[in-house]
Write a new protein. Structure first.
Length: 413
């Protein structure tokens, strides 16, 4: 009986250890100060342990309950921002008119003013004048209509008044109220388009290996990272003759193991680019994960260039999840996990873009595998896990049958 107990404990422990190997590492998430959505930054310390699509990442609370998340990343986009003008005068004369004077404080060239007006089913005629001193006024637009002031998605409508391009300091809007009550104008301003560039994090742990070939008239610049990373941008700074213009191509170097056990490498084409005197070359890479990239520069009959500096960047990516103040959370990365299916993916457009960013604590590694250059270790492979589980089930079944037989034999005595 004692021996059976020892075997049972051993195999149960082995089963637990095998199942625990499904996680490669974890990082604690900082406590949040209010319930809501947060963007969890995926730093270069964590991303080497993530699949290409982050399908092996999980967020769990203190009870190991999965927290749904969606993936997000910094991308370039254009946004329109409304900026109000300063209203320096606003008068409403009953039975006459509404007078509104706004100041163009920047003295910039403009050709429109946007009026934010409370909803009203009415039509008004108006005129617009411009001035630099609020004393002498000049005509800009006369006898135009303000109508259809009824926003279906709010209590206020925006109506744009267009006029010839001008740079007046003041604009005077006069609205005829002789036939109806005045409009409720909340503000007057303009929309400007803001370009938001994507954000990147530099990868600093890499080395550069340079080889010039006079025979092929080419230079080979190898960028070798410390481990496998997501790489989204490489910037090349080069120098040489006072004026140069070189065509180049970027390749990703990958490794594979042949049937004979040998390791071979191959170059996968990424894109072409140019190196020009007086400027740097920005090469954006379509979401790639690797360890080494090689730039091949075609020198023709020119002397080789010198790489002054090379910068490697990773696009900022996030896991967006709803977190609560009373809970604590961990970010875990797994091994051979199926992609999660969460309801949250259907509501991505409803999640605020301004969610606070939180930084995970130091990432603790449980097991390290480098699938880019080697096969998974035997004891981390699926075959070993399944084989061990089959052995466990077989032994436990044998022990159960033996215990039943011994129990039956004892009952006959």
């Amino acid at each position: 009986m004692k021996r059976r107990l020892i075997f049972s404990v051993f195999f149960l422990g082995l089963t637990h250890a095998l199942l625990a190997q499904s996680y490669l590492g974890e990082a604690n998430l900082q406590k949040v100060h209010h319930d809501g959505f947060y963007r969890i930054f995926l730093s270069p310390e964590i991303t080497p342990f993530l699949d290409q699509d982050c399908s092996n990442a999980r967020i769990v609370n203190q009870n190991d309950v999965e927290i749904p998340y969606i993936l997000d990343e910094d991308v370039a986009y254009d946004a329109r921002q409304y900026t109000p003008y300063e209203i320096v005068e606003k008068n409403q004369t009953p039975g006459c008119c509404t007078s509104l004077v706004v100041e163009n404080t920047s003295r910039s060239m403009i050709n429109n003013i946007h009026l934010v007006i409370r909803n009203a089913e009415v039509r008004k005629s108006a005129s617009l004048l411009g001035s630099d001193d609020r004393t002498q006024w000049f005509a800009l637009k006369d006898n135009f209509e303000l109508e259809n002031i009824n926003a279906v998605d709010g209590s206020s409508a925006v109506r744009m008044v267009q006029f010839p391009l001008s740079r007046y300091a003041y604009y005077w809007l006069k609205i005829n109220d002789s036939t109806s009550a005045p409009l409720n104008i909340e503000s007057a301003g303009y929309y400007k388009t803001l370009h938001q560039a994507p954000s990147y994090t530099p990868l600093k742990k890499f080395k550069l290996v340079i080889k010039d070939s006079l025979k092929t008239k080419q230079s080979f610049w190898s960028v070798m990272l410390d481990t496998v990373h997501w790489v989204d941008r490489i910037i090349f700074h080069a120098s040489g003759m006072p004026y140069f213009f070189r065509h180049a191509s970027l390749y990703e170097k990958t490794h594979r193991r042949t049937n004979t056990g040998k390791t071979e490498f191959q170059l996968n084409y990424v894109k072409d680019f140019e190196l020009k005197s007086g400027s740097h070359s920005v090469v954006d890479i379509p979401r790639s994960k690797g360890k080494e990239w090689i730039a091949i520069i075609r020198n023709e009959d020119n002397p080789p260039l010198v790489p002054d500096s090379i910068q490697v960047y990773q696009l900022n990516r996030y896991m967006v999840a709803y977190l609560k103040t009373e809970d604590s959370y961990k970010l875990k990365t797994g091994n051979d996990l199926q992609p999660p299916v969460y309801d949250l993916a259907s509501f991505k457009n409803k999640i605020p873009q301004t969610a606070d960013v939180i930084m995970p604590a130091a990432f603790r590694v449980h097991a390290v595998t480098d699938s880019a250059e080697s096969d998974p270790p035997f004891f981390n492979s699926k075959l070993w896990i399944w084989a061990a589980l089959i052995v466990i089930i077989t032994v436990l079944a044998f022990m159960s049958v033996r215990m039943i037989r011994e129990s039956n034999a004892n009952s006959r005595q």
